[in-house]
Design a protein around this ligand. Structure first.
Ligand code: ADP
Ligand code: ADP
Ligand code: MG
Length: 666
């Protein structure tokens, strides 16, 4: 019996596990780092224990602190989620030695699949088809280059300890092999502390199709069908779905049998995923799939399997870990409809998917039609310390077209401000002609990158509306933050006419807003042609409606301290105070230091509580290959440092916040 589970993880997966535990009447313990005080998973759990500083190596990877938290709270089982310690066999051994149940496979099974080369050798023995290539002991250039020639180009060099698409290099020509090998090795060494590699045939028209497997401690194993994860960027999954487009019964049976064989070969217990690479150049053929690796944990994309099978995989994990047999036999499992998941990240798709951070000022998911697994809420912060995933959105439909349409629609109705997100990119991908027709392979996103990441300028009426919102002239608008004070120095006070400076898409302009009647306004400014008249303007909270030239529009408007965001027809249009104005603001005694360009943080020279003098260096960042020193805008005390060394930040992100006068007064 399991009565209290400690979840050794954070974010959406910790929240997801807590939901199922609660449903089963099991108590939960969250662990959290200093960066996650007050995080959603901490609030959701029955108990929570601080386990260390922000850096994962000192908190979510800190085995002793986690075991100590379990002891102090009397937890009898530990769920590792995914990432962090989920595939660490030494951790499993320590958990078991402490007399606790590990909700996952045995240390032995994890070890068997831990390294890609050993796993492939093992699978060959178990007669599971593996990707042709070399996964032997030899590591010198001459041997590996020779093997690459034998295999035939293109080949893929892979770190044997790899994960998350790291340490991987596709090589098209023999002469490029040595350079690719050293760069793969460098990345493997840095990411995994192991620079050994294997070389594989690069499959043409590759599709990533994986099989969800489940084993129990009584020797049973079943599969829960496939997931297609071919929509990838940089070997990382973006959209996952089940079943796989174009899947045949014959192919499914062959892949399912191979995956169950793989699980049985290592006496697998719990949830696992056997990943296969498929040559889809001539459709799906049962002799054209090969084992790539096995992930011995619950996977990020497990919800699509839950939606097509109607099962709760976390519940199955907990039951199996408690010693129960699998709840269902293979012949009791079936597929209902189609499910698609999109991973919503804080990242800038148009800038090479640059990860972003920031405080989520406003967050709203559509209330119905889709499942949302989120790990944050409005007010929470995306920090540079962990994966910048905001949420997963999963849609189900009778058909693939129905599920995709539902997902695209729900993405379009999702509102997030405070950081840049990949939502528009995801929605476009759902509607991409090839993707929508099920013609997918792992190269699709890269091929259509320009159209998928294209940014669309705001239509003139939307720009005019943003200017009106920024003017603060509609006091009943329920504007978040104090728009009037935010715009302060840039408006000409007066009842009938104000001006504001706003920047969007890198262009800054001055707008003049004039009151023409009870609910009508004239707005002039760059890009608006002659002055635009906004009529029948109504604002109720964030719900706005207005009409221009006889066309009525509805949109959602969120005005923050230094920005206005308009959500309209599935797009997010952000209008900010221009950087120049922000600089003036700082000189005049503002309390934030903001990155002016995307870049990497090289040094952080201040800590919270520290006093600083105007002009004192606080953060050094590298942007566009230049070093930039960001200095204190005024004398003051550091309230918050929002970045760490090594973090990638996009532009306009708060790096350091000084205590405001209001704080001092309080
Ligand atoms: P999935 O197949 O479940 O989508 P991913 O490769 O996306 O797996 O990884 C899931 C999570 O685990 C991510 O948060 C990723 O950062 C983390 N992760 C994956 N592999 C490793 C690894 N070898 N070391 C550390 N973290 C990893
Ligand atoms: P990771 O541990 O990083 O998840 P995988 O071995 O699962 O590494 O590979 C990640 C991705 O790289 C796959 O989903 C696929 O898109 C691509 N890939 C891997 N092996 C091959 C191959 N032999 N041919 C073509 N693409 C491959
Ligand atoms: Mg993989």
């Amino acid at each position: 019996m399991i009565t209290k589970i400690l979840i050794a993880n954070r974010g959406e997966i910790a929240c997801r596990i807590i939901r199922t535990a609660r449903k089963m009447g099991i108590a939960t313990v969250a662990v959290f780092s200093e960066a996650d005080r007050g995080a959603l998973h901490v609030d959701m759990a029955d108990e929570a224990v601080l386990i260390g500083p922000a850096a994962a190596s000192e908190s979510y990877l800190n085995v002793d602190a986690i075991l100590d938290a379990a002891r102090r709270t009397g937890a009898d089982a530990i769920h590792p989620g995914y990432g962090f310690l989920s595939e660490n066999p030494d951790f499993v051994e320590k958990v078991e030695k402490a007399g606790l149940i590990f909700i996952g496979p045995s240390a032995k099974a994890i070890r068997a699949m831990g390294l890609k080369d050993a796993a492939k050798a093992l699978m060959e023995k178990a007669r599971v088809p593996v990707v042709p290539g070399y996964h032997g002991e030899a590591q010198d250039l001459v041997v590996l280059a020779g093997k690459a020639n034998e295999i035939g180009f293109p080949v893929l060099i892979k770190a044997r300890a790899g994960g998350g698409g790291k340490g991987m290099r596709k090589v098209d020509r023999q002469e490029d092999f040595p350079a690719a090998l050293s760069s793969a090795r460098r990345e493997a060494k840095a990411s995994f502390g192991d620079d050994r590699v294997l070389v594989e045939k690069y499959v043409t028209m590759p599709r990533h199709i994986e099989i969800q497997v489940f084993g129990d401690s009584h020797g049973n194993a079943v599969h829960l069908f496939e997931r297609d994860c071919s929509a990838q960027r940089r070997h990382q999954k973006v959209i996952e779905e089940a079943p796989a487009p174009g899947m045949t019964e014959e192919m499914r049976a062959a892949m399912g049998a191979a995956a169950v064989q793989a699980a049985k070969a290592i006496g697998y217990s719990g949830a696992g995923t056997v990943e296969f690479i498929v040559d889809a150049s001539e459709g799906l053929k049962p002799d054209r799939f090969w084992f790539m690796e096995m992930n011995t944990r619950l996977q990020v994309e497990h919800p699509v399997t839950e939606l097509i099978t109607g099962l709760d995989l976390v519940e199955w994990q907990i039951r199996v870990a408690a010693g129960e047999p699998l709840p269902l036999r293979q012949d009791q499992l079936s597929i209902d409809g189609h499910a698609v998941e999109a991973r919503i990240y804080a990242e800038d798709a148009s800038k090479g998917f640059l990860p972003a951070v920031g405080r989520i000022a406003h967050l709203r998911f559509p209330p119905d039609g889709v499942r949302v697994d989120a790990g944050i809420r409005a007010g929470d912060e995306i920090t540079p310390f962990y994966d910048p995933m905001i949420a997963k959105m999963i849609a189900h439909g009778k058909t693939r077209a129905e599920a995709l349409a539902r997902l695209a629609g729900a993405l379009g109705r999702t509102e997030i401000t405070g950081t840049v997100t990949n939502i528009a990119f995801l929605a476009r991908l759902c509607r991409n002609a090839d993707f929508a027709a099920g013609r997918l392979d792992t190269g699709l996103i890269a091929r259509d990158l320009d159209s998928l990441t294209q940014t669309v300028p705001a239509p003139a009426p939307i720009t005019a509306l943003a200017a009106l919102a920024a003017s603060g002239m509609l006091p009943a608008a329920g504007v978040a933050g104090d728009a009037a004070s935010a715009i302060g120095p840039f408006e000409i006070w007066g009842a009938a006419r104000r001006s504001v400076t706003l920047e969007t898409g890198g262009e800054s302009g001055d707008f003049v807003i004039e009151r023409l009647g009870d609910d009508s306004w004239g707005v002039s400014g760059p890009g608006l042609g002659a002055a635009l008249t906004l009529e029948a303007v109504k604002a109720s909270g964030a719900d706005w409606s207005f009409s221009t030239g006889g066309v009525a529009r509805r949109c959602r408007v969120v005005a923050g301290a230094d920005s206005v965001t308009v959500f309209h027809e599935g797009l997010t249009h952000l209008f900010t105070r221009p950087r120049g104005a922000r600089a003036d603001d700082l000189a005049a005694g503002g309390d934030r230091v903001v990155s002016a360009m995307p870049g990497v943080i090289r040094q952080v020279l201040v800590t919270p509580g520290q006093g600083v003098k105007a002009g004192e260096p606080m953060v050094i960042m590298e942007a566009m290959k230049m070093e930039m020193t960001l200095a204190a805008p005024r004398d003051g005390v550091v309230a918050e440092v929002m970045v760490a060394v090594g973090a990638q930040v996009s532009d306009g992100v708060s790096l350091v916040v000084l205590e405001s006068d209001a704080d001092k007064a309080a």
